[in-house]
Design a protein around this ligand. Structure first.
Ligand SMILES: Nc1ncnc2c1ncn2[C@@H]1O[C@H](COP(=O)(O)OP(=O)(O)OP(=O)(O)O)[C@@H](O)[C@H]1O
Length: 261
């Protein structure tokens, strides 16, 4: 059973259909990357899996458990009760393009807060756990620093530690390096690469084609709300390619990635 199964997923904003019947399995313990032109629906798809957007139609399941909606009698689509939704949703961690750290809290405060408020841990236990998470991503020495005292790359690593502290089974990343200067991108990608090596199930929206080609075991190329091509990097990027993928690569391919393809 895949970690995440997406079936017939559709999302409309007003009269515009942004996701148009997405079927995708996210394998357990692997990295799946969503790539595609701007506006193709990548973030919307990820946000539906995180339940930050309510799908207009279709189904998502996490380890076989329905997320948000289930099939009811007579094939009707039934919204699940809030408590059930929260339980399945709690297995998912998410990292955004913007780091969204609390400015008035230190790194350790940012990582430990949800452990206290959501998981009910004591403040002392939560801070001990937070320090371990920060150590693991090389930020142990910055535990007492405020976000304004950290670089963008360090702030994003704190955001990753914050998500990991809640022990998610699946991590979603929405263009986590898009707001970083190129010299800070590498440190965040390295943390993600190590997380992948540890066997974390990851779904990553990225324009970092080199990362997708080297770390992703599955790539889904979205175009106008549909999956145009899906497969291992070797299949998706093999020549001759879909003309839409060629066009996309011309726009986004950096020199580092060009040597990989
Ligand atoms: N809340 C919203 N209300 C209305 N339209 C939206 C909303 N969110 C996204 N859209 C539209 O849905 C389409 C897909 O957006 P989405 O952000 O999912 O694309 P994307 O592939 O992630 O793009 P990018 O690479 O630029 O981030 C776009 O046309 C966008 O304008």
């Amino acid at each position: 059973m895949p970690a995440v199964r997406i079936e017939g997923l559709c999302k409309d904003f007003g009269t515009t259909r942004v996701l148009d019947g997405i079927d995708l399995d996210i394998p357990r313990g692997k990295v799946t990357c969503l790539i595609g032109p701007s506006g193709s629906g990548k973030s919307t798809l990820l946000r539906c899996v995180a339940l930050l957007e309510e799908p207009t139609d279709g189904y998502i399941s996490i380890n076989g458990d329905p997320l948000g909606f289930d099939r009811g009698p007579n094939g009707a689509r039934v919204k699940l009760p809030a408590r059930q939704i929260r339980k399945v949703r709690s297995r998912i961690g998410m990292v955004f393009q913007q780091f969204n750290l609390w400015p008035h809290m230190t790194a350790v405060g940012n990582v430990s807060e949800a452990l206290v408020t959501v998981r009910g841990m004591s403040r002392a236990d939560a801070e001990e756990r937070a320090r371990k998470e920060l150590d693991a991503i090389g930020l142990g020495a910055r535990a007492g620093h405020y976000p304004s005292e950290l670089s963008g790359g360090q702030q994003q690593r704190v955001a990753i530690a914050r998500a990991l502290a809640l022990d998610p089974g699946i991590m979603l990343f929405d263009e986590p390096t898009a707001s970083l200067d190129p010299e800070l991108t590498g440190e965040v990608l390295n943390v993600m690469r190590r997380l992948a090596e540890s066997g974390m199930t990851m779904l990553v929206v990225t324009h970092e084609i080199g990362f997708a080609a080297s770390v992703g075991s599955k790539i889904a190329f979205l175009d106008h709300g549909r999956i145009l091509v899906e497969g291992a990097p070797g299949e998706v990027f093999a020549k001759p390619r879909e003309p839409r993928i060629d066009q996309f690569l011309e726009t986004y391919l950096d020199r580092g990635a060009a040597t990989l393809l």
